[in-house]
Design a protein around this ligand. Sequence first.
Ligand code: EPZ
Length: 417
Amino acid sequence: MDKIQINGGRKLEGEVAISGAKNAALPLIASAILVDGTCEFNNVPHLMDISSIRLLLEDLGAKCFFEDHVMTVDGSGINKIEAEYDLVRKMRASILVLGPLLARFGHAKVSLPGGCAIGARPVNMHLSGLAALGANIHIDQGYIEARAEKLTGSEIYFDIPTVTGTENLMMAAVLAKGQTVLRNAAREPEIICLADALNQMGADISGAGSAIIQIQGVDKLRPARITVIPDRIETGTFMVAAAATRGDVRINGCNPDHIGGVISKLKEAGVRIDTRADQIRVRGGDPVKSVDIQTLPYPGFPTDMQAQFMTLMCVAQGTSMIHESIFENRFIHANELMRMGADITLSKTNLAIVKGVPELQAAPVMASDLRASASLVIAGLMAKGTTVISRVYHMDRGYEAIEEKFSVLGADMVRIK
Ligand code: EPZ
């Protein structure tokens, strides 16, 4: 397994370009299942998770071609409705093929995605939503089997604004008979990106980005050419890294409007941030001040930025209260940060109390999940000396060319095979 070795204590300076958003590309690629023809997706990042969903679609019979950030998917040859455990277990977002398969073929069999390090990750809202659209759902030997002659539009209310739940049901509803209304829907930019793409394919969706999304069923979708939005979490990760190393970094090809929660918290902590249409400049300087955060559904502070922000708070002046309200076990990185000298107290109620220390110490650490690995990279960039991070395959799931991008900014970072 690869490791990343960082000689820290250097300022990050210069410019970095943001890749396409993993969490937008995954549902977009799944939506190609709905189309009897070839869709083209531009600005697709080269990531492990993208390879996983490509393999899954090819296993179903789709023809995919992926080169230089452009992926084409020809869904006309799909001849299988079963997403197998071996493929789904590699990436739980594979659940996103359930809605499209059911909508187009009236039948789908998808392995139940297991939990992961950060939580149980149930899919009950996906299933109850499909049942509301008239699907017959049953679970047998770890597989979800869904059948429906023809889905019928309905009112669906989400207890929690689930991101992939909203995406799955939006894709299921586009070919249903009549109107579907999703209430308490997720409002993430990735939802808007998917709705725009489906409308380009001929769907009739309104309200995406708000808590109430209306979908008028249509008979058929047609191929389209789609561009994936920039990755707001990669953007936030580089912002925090620039602040943590007291550097001066221009982040290009991003959308500042998608990362407002992080911008306002970094400003509150005393970081200098200037934004333009598609660029954010971050200048660190004096030690940051401790600020409190609570992770919330969009547009609140994103849970996918909690680990990275915690690293910055480890060396802030004061005490920061970090409340993780989305996932039940998303503080695994805290234990590794404590090994680097951080002063963190974890409570039973998903609260981390972070008392700032002057600096972190380099140490061998282990990544546990995608965003935890990013938080450890930021810690290694700050800490003087050599930090070695193991299990970086977590990082490769969601960050494209990470060591190259940080090296261009002046980091001393190498991958050890
Ligand atoms: C998406 O996961 C993202 N993944 C996650 O990013 C992100 O952390 C999460 O949304 C929250 O923003 C993708 O988009 C591929 P949820 P998702 O359904 O859709 C509970 C990353 O780092 N819930 O919005 O699985 C759930 O347990 C990943 O890129 C149910 O109880 O998250 C959680 O507590 C990590 N029942 C909360 O809702 C359900 O049926 C929010 O989950 C569905 C969800």
